[in-house]
Ligand binder design. Structure first.
Ligand code: FES
Ligand code: CO
Length: 327
């Protein structure tokens, strides 16, 4: 397993999806997870695999803070230790479920499968800006590697083709040059960002009423996280964070959180706008070959406006990422 991702935090669910006394099954980095919330409101993340014969524990029951396996009824308490074996009540209780670190931030549950290399999830300071409203979009399941998805999120040259009439205009497909730098910042964390990215957008956001010239900033703050901010000339300011949940090397669940000062559009309308955009990207992403992102210079042909994508590939190399990429 790739130590970079194994020791990082990944989004696995919305906090609101797991009520007290409820379980939710998901996957992360080929590992089956069961998330469950105890009667005191504390969230737990376990491997969703009974240590007896490998059954999914999430198919069993959760009662009085005890998970019971559906196969032979073994019971497991809060710390993941077996507390009861119905077929042999006096057997020694040695079985232990693998327990992972979990925390809640940005309205989501985050899991680290290994030893955390970071104090917490990626920095997203716009989320806490009290002049902005938060909208959770997705999740979107895509048969593509997370690095391919991040790279698409950083790409401006596809707007006029994939998002024609919304984020791009076929009569103005040229991408003006922009600046790419590595950065280290107390608020934004560290990584690589692209600034002074300009595009003409027929409908830059849900509430836009006509075309406008938009200034973008993109930042990559972890191997599988990117945040863009838009500064149109009008009043709408918005930050869009894309967090990937790598299910497998070539299968990804994408979570998007927007923080923006549009207080008039409904939550549903803003989600629908984001759904439209993402569902335009999805077939492109699923068609890309190879599915894993090739990092070697020259593996694919690039031009000057791909310099953010090249900076992202260099960042992944420098971070020593192996999962979802071809080095
Ligand atoms: Fe879980 Fe036997 S497989 S109790
Ligand atoms: Co797109």
């Amino acid at each position: 397993m790739d130590p970079v991702l194994y020791n990082d935090w990944h989004p696995v669910a919305l906090s609101s999806q797991i009520a007290a006394g409820a379980m939710l099954a998901t996957d992360l980095l080929e590992t089956r997870l069961v998330l469950w919330r105890d009667s005191g409101g504390v969230l737990h993340a376990w491997e969703d695999r009974c240590p007896h014969r490998g059954t999914r524990l999430s198919m069993g029951t959760l009662q009085e803070d005890t998970l019971r396996c559906p196969y032979h009824g073994w019971a497991f308490g809060k710390a993941g230790r077996c507390t009861h074996i119905p077929a042999l009540p006096d057997a020694p209780l040695k079985a232990q479920v693998a327990v992972f670190q979990v925390r809640e931030q940005y309205g989501m549950a985050w899991v680290c499968l290994g030893t955390p290399a970071h104090a917490g999830p990626p920095a997203f300071p716009e989320f806490a800006d009290d002049k902005l409203r938060q909208v959770w979009c997705g999740p979107y399941d895509v048969q593509a590697s997370a690095p391919r998805i991040i790279e698409n999120f950083l790409d401006m040259a596809h707007f006029a083709f994939v998002h024609e009439g919304i984020l791009g205009d076929k009569r103005q497909p040229a991408v003006p040059d922009y600046t790419v730098e590595t950065f280290e910042d107390a608020e934004y964390g560290s990584g690589v960002w692209a600034r002074q990215c300009y595009a003409y957008q027929p409908q830059a956001s849900r509430s836009a009423t006509g075309g406008s010239d938009i200034e973008y900033t993109y930042r990559v703050v972890r191997p599988l996280t990117s945040i863009l901010t838009k500064h149109p000339p009008g009043a709408i300011r918005e930050a869009i964070a894309l967090f990937s949940q790598p299910l497998t090397e070539t299968g990804t669940r994408v979570w998007i959180i927007m923080a923006l000062n549009d207080f008039t559009s409904s939550h549903e309308a803003m989600r629908a706008f984001q759904d439209t955009i993402f569902l335009q990207d999805k077939p492109i992403l699923e068609s890309q070959y190879p599915a894993r992102l090739p990092l070697a210079p020259g593996a694919e042909v690039s031009v000057r406006c791909d310099r953010m994508s090249l900076a992202y590939r260099a960042y992944l190399k420098q971070q020593d990422l192996h999962y979802g990429v071809i080095r």
